[in-house]
Design a protein around this ligand. Sequence first.
Ligand code: PMP
Length: 386
Amino acid sequence: NKPVCDCNTCFTGPGCSKFIPHCTANADGGDPLFLEPFWMQHLASSALVVAGWHQMSYTYSGKSFFSEELAKVVRKVHASVRNAVTQNRFIIFGAGSTQVLSAAVFALSPENTSSPAKVVTSVPYYPVDKQQTQYFSSQKFKYEGDAYRWKNRSDCSITNMIEIVTSPNNPDGQLKKAIFHGPNVKTIYDHAYYWPHFTPIPAPSDEDVMVFTLSKLTGHAGTRLGWAVIKDETVFNRMMIHMQMNSMGVSKDAQLRAFKLLNVVLEEGTGIFDFAYQTLKSRWERLVQTVSLSNRFSLQENNPQYCTFYNKVRQLSPAYAWLKCEREEDKDCYAVLEAANIIGRQGNLFGVEDGYVRLSLVRTQDDFDILIERLHKLITEEDGDK
Ligand code: PMP
């Protein structure tokens, strides 16, 4: 049994067994606790004991900050899922993909220049890309907003452009493609969600810089372990320098834990993917069913595509619902949901208007069940008003 530390906002009392009737449905953050039951089923094989004298050095055998053994298992996982090409590629780790993304932006920026690289993302974009780039903004790079704004400018203004492409996208789950191409453009593919849990896998990705994270693969967001698969040795070396300057490498405890967990992923064959896909597919279907009871709200497109992992045509089973309030009077969609006791994330954070709200579908089953209950109530009561 799981020891209870924190109760969900809708439960209280011993063992969190008492339901609080008018509680708020929390569909905010992207904590991937939907994977917790999988790990509870694999208690022994995923457990780790580390003796006090182990792993004390900064480095592995006096050489790198990064575990070669972990890189090997990462390559094996990509090979088994066929979501990314890793042969003849470099792999680097970071404290979550958050740090890896930042390292990539630094590494792809020009070294000595009077004009900083323009970092762009296309709407709706993952807010942290904007926030982090603005925070670290320097002579090397500057956040320049929505990529579409630059699309129609003449080619001569497209110098030193870095486009971050989140694919599948957070918030809407779409398999995004880069908007810019050419010799003056560098592209970072954020593939945090490019796993069969969330999306069909049409083909192995073979981009110059591809970023992944343990957070959305195994659900261990708190381990803070992400990685990049990199084609170019110079870019890899510059990212290595960044990691040295920024944090002298990455926690070896985190690397060891990731190694353990990824080995379980491999041992279980398609186990974790089947569990994650089935869970999110059934959540998506329940959501679609609920939302379809009314035309007040709509969800993102979900066109089926061929998935080479499951050898079949399938839809997205997205991590987030990108909910749109369709009525003119519901311009502030967040407020509409808040009044119905549902907390999502405002559309304007993702660079679009407030007619949209992101709802997380990757939290615990309790969180999801309460979300559906609140949405159902909102939608059916509204029908009663007509
Ligand atoms: N990229 C995307 C698209 C995300 O949604 C997230 C987490 N919400 C991250 C990166 C960062 O994840 P982490 O730092 O935990 O690897």
